[in-house]
Design a binder for this molecule. Sequence first.
Ligand SMILES: Nc1ncnc2c1ncn2[C@@H]1O[C@H](COP(=O)(O)OP(=O)(O)OP(=O)(O)O)[C@@H](O)[C@H]1O
Ligand SMILES: [Mg+2]
Length: 408
Amino acid sequence: MSRTLLIVSGGIEAVPGIRLAKEMGLHVVVSDMNPNAPGLAVADDRIIASTYDVEATVAAAKRYHRAVRPIDGVMCIASDVPLTVASVALALGLPGIPPESASLATDKLAMKRKFSADGVPVPWFSPVESIEHLRKIVMQQGYPLVLKPVDSRGARGVLRLTPDVDLEWAYHLSHSYSPTDRVMVERFLAGPQVSTESIVVNGVAYTPGFSDRNYEYLERYAPYIIENGGELPSYLPTETRQAVRDLVQQAARSMGITDGVVKGDIVVHDSKPYVIELAARLSGGYFCTHEIPLNTGVDFVRHAIRLALGEKPDPSELTPHFQRGVAQRYLFPKPGRVIRISGLEEAKQRPGIVLCEVRVAVGDIMGMIESHPSRAGVVIAVADTRQKAIDRVAAVVNDIEIETVPVG
Ligand SMILES: Nc1ncnc2c1ncn2[C@@H]1O[C@H](COP(=O)(O)OP(=O)(O)OP(=O)(O)O)[C@@H](O)[C@H]1O
Ligand SMILES: [Mg+2]
């Protein structure tokens, strides 16, 4: 009998990973709350349970394990539910990270406290108890700061505080995105931002995923902090890249992850890297499924799947085989009702375009861009060099027109 893998998440970005697991000969069970989730349609078996509901997913996985067929591994793809995954792994005796590590990964305050205690460089931070407390912090620390919910994702409610931002508005907005009503503040560290993605095997972090993040719209969408894709290979000097890798290693150890996937948000400030966040899961935004394999030849998700089944990928399999240029950009239409989308088919035919996804349809209402999920689509290009990939993706972004008219 083929081995069985449970993938906790049936969203659209999980589909390539689900297909890959099937190609690897695995029997794939997908769990999701939405019966129409695209991942459920390609799965061998389905479990209907909210990916965020730890108890419901554990209970359903146990039932399946007992009554249908034994599960050999569990993971999530493009969804931020490490605690659900770690709890299923613990309940069924499967490979996985400890639930304590998963809990740290989904609580930005607990994570930063742990990093601080272990000497892992992080921006200065503090919990914020009230609007008065925030005002006091601003007086003491000065600008710029970042206000964020302790436990949200997708940059929802993440605000760069500068003198022109109304603190009361910011506090309430950020607060509204925290399921546990908690916000925190950090010093905003200027400098190049990097996304990393690593597989930790026997306590050693291998980091084939290394992308410079594009923040050209920092001012346009201020005070929201909106990323416009990324570029690979990184332009940072070799020593800085090594320092980033060493930092990821240190952070994974601090979080207690000896075998697992870690996705890092790192900022290089005054030539020194700091951890903004370390997620204990695969990335979203097609970084692990597309950008890393295109850039390096490392089939990242395949090795993450093997790790979830208890195999130990060889270091040589996690080391970049080459460095090809890759660039990713998002689509940002003007707010309003979408009346026409054009140029998509031509865009897909252009050289080097490997992914071109528009996430809106005629009739949809586009709000202001206030978080990552509100971006309207994504394009990825490859070329022999980074600059050529950037030029290719820019041409396509220019070609695709999402026309809107003001609403009301
Ligand atoms: N202290 C900081 N200094 C500089 N940039 C920051 C800081 N905090 C957050 N940012 C920027 O804002 C982005 C979003 O912040 P953060 O990762 O904390 O929120 P998130 O909701 O987890 O977002 P995402 O899911 O996109 O990672 C970061 O990836 C980083 O680019
Ligand atoms: Mg983050």
